[in-house]
Design a protein around this ligand. Structure first.
Ligand SMILES: NC(=O)NCCC(=O)O
Length: 384
């Protein structure tokens, strides 16, 4: 399994393929080419000084007669946890706030309107350990926790919508924990929150030890820069989850994630991209980077020896468009900011061409699914 040594699929192709082959391979693998964004040189300088990657691409839509282009810029952030997992909790959170603050400064230089961080961005991904303390101490109120306050400051300062996926402690409902994304308007007001609907029970992703499936449905947030939704990590394996955000009107669906190479790397380029195609919307797939080590050994329930690491988080964050095109990914081994310019008019344009909403036969599936979930249901298998 490749670790930090393998930088990215794109670099590998660029290194080994002759230019004409590369163009054809990219056309087939990535769809219509995304234009490189002309970002300010001071942004690249700041990124280089801050030791993170900066890439920018634009998706284009056709000019329409009756609608002006709805051009917005998204920022996707992927990062390592800067301090070891056994550092005191507040120090870790503060270090992550400082790291993100620096990246958001660069996003602001690049004119980003909406920024999204990775899943549970204020903490190491400690759910593999199945231990409660100190990990549950990373949980915060979505409404007035220190991280939400920090993000409100960022939003006001930079006139930017901030999507902040955190471990939430809901003090109004028995102090229970949730895997939540807080959506903060560019005014600094909290627009609302949304919760992870599908909880993994796979490999070391022992997340059901900590929280349950979300109970807020599929909210879509109307921001000044378009309608957005958040499908957190493992939710990307569930096509109906994407569909419901889309049915509620999402034009852009973020997928803040934490996933490792051994489990999902070959699925990663497909799932969010397929969701963009199937739902006539943009999707933004974000993954964390690097390795995380925990103080106590844990087993993975696979008969192998106990260990202290989670595996390799492979970054590779990218954006996919409704026409099936996608940006190259950020690297597998560095912190990064991916800036993308989208014309949201592309969603309706592709809908008019492919018509998946029109041909989706949702009433047929609603009826059949309603029958299929009844305990008395038996599969309709035709036998000789
Ligand atoms: N964080 C999370 O849900 N990870 C599950 C693994 C995956 O979906 O790739």
């Amino acid at each position: 399994m490749a670790g930090a040594g393998f930088e990215s699929l794109e670099r590998c192709l660029e290194k080994h393929l002759p230019l004409t082959d590369l163009q054809e391979v990219k056309r087939i693998l990535y769809g219509k080419e995304t234009r490189k964004l002309d970002l300010p040189s001071r942004a690249f300088e700041a990124a280089s000084k801050g030791d993170f990657e900066l890439q920018g691409y634009a998706f284009q839509a056709v000019a329409e007669q009756q609608r002006r282009p709805r051009t917005v810029r998204m920022g996707l952030v992927q990062n390592r946890t800067p301090l070891p997992a056994d550092t005191p909790v507040v120090k870790q959170v503060t270090a992550l706030h400082r790291r993100i603050e620096a990246i958001v400064e660069v996003a602001a230089m690049c004119g980003v309107n909406i920024i999204c961080f990775q899943e549970a961005w204020t903490m190491p991904f400690a759910f593999c350990t199945r231990e409660k303390l100190p990990w549950t101490e990373f949980a915060e109120s979505a409404e007035d926790g220190p991280t939400t306050k920090f993000c409100q400051e960022l939003a006001r300062k930079h006139d930017m919508v901030v999507v902040s996926p955190i471990l939430e402690r809901d003090t109004e409902h028995g102090d229970i924990l949730w895997n939540t994304a807080v959506v903060i308007s560019n005014s600094g007001a909290i627009l609302g929150k949304t919760r992870k609907n599908h909880i993994p029970r796979v490999g070391d992703f022992n997340e059901s030890t900590y929280y349950m499936e979300g109970n807020l449905g599929h909210p879509v947030f109307q921001t000044q820069f378009g309608r957005i939704a958040v499908n957190i990590c493992y939710g990307r394996h569930h096509p109906l989850n994407w569909l419901m955000y889309s049915i509620n009107g999402a034009e852009v669906i973020f997928n803040p994630s934490a996933t490792i190479g051994a489990l999902s790397e070959s699925l990663w380029p497909i799932e969010a991209r397929n969701a963009a195609i199937a739902n006539h919307c943009f999707t933004c797939a974000i993954n964390r980077v690097g390795e995380e080590f925990f103080p106590n050994e844990f087993t993975s329930g696979d008969g192998k020896k106990a260990h202290r690491d989670f595996g390799y988080f492979y970054g590779s964050s990218y954006v996919a468009a409704p026409d099936g095109s996608r940006t190259p990914g950020l690297s597998r081994n560095r912190d990064g900011l991916l800036v993308t310019e989208l014309d949201l008019n592309l969603c309706r344009q592709v809908n008019d061409i492919w018509g998946f909403k029109m041909t989706g036969r949702y009433e047929m599936y609603a009826r059949e699914l309603a029958e299929a979930v009844q305990p008395s249901y038996s599969p309709k298998i035709v036998k000789e």
